[in-house]
Design a protein around this ligand. Sequence first.
Ligand code: CA
Length: 226
Amino acid sequence: MHLLVVEDEQRMASLLRKGLGEEGYVVTIASDGRSAVEITLAGRFDLILLDVMLPGIDGFEVAQRLRREGIHTPILMLTARDATPDIVQGLDFGADDYLTKPFSFEVLLARIRALLRRGPAAQPACLRVGDLELDPGTHEVRVGERQVRLTRTEFSLLEYLMRRRGQVVPRDTLIETVWGYDREIESNTLDAFIRLLRAKVETGSGDRLIHTVRGVGYTVREKGPE
Ligand code: CA
């Protein structure tokens, strides 16, 4: 079994390499987020141990990028933070489980075994709302028979809304999810992207798929008047 350990603290990385090696795992170390993504795209791993606090792009973003690339290798997040929003964010961004540092090595091994038993997640099913269809695996979006080309940002915005169909997603949540929690964007950038998306996925009739909830955010639901 080949594990990728993404950890920037050298001491921790060598402890994990040694400990996991003694358990019979083959271990590759990546010491920052960017190289973690590159190594994962180039290789084949059975499981990824992913630290959250990393230089450059953090563990949340690594998980999100890998899932967007269609990589479904199980991810166990190692986090020094135990605040609920961080855990929720990690799992929402594609992690399968998490462990808060400091952790016992025995517990880590048990979690690894549990994830390896489960194997890679099945390819996510297509998301559908009315005649709008989004395939998270292939990144294809269709309205009826018509294929729609979306930019990366438009795609993640739409995917996030479609995964929560019928729920009102607050503006801040959308901005954080799509542009990252540490990036400042103008509030009207979100509205501009929503306009672009609407132009691509809402057709002719004037009915809305992406509905504005004034003062709160946006929601995707079956076509209907605003
Ligand atoms: Ca770290």
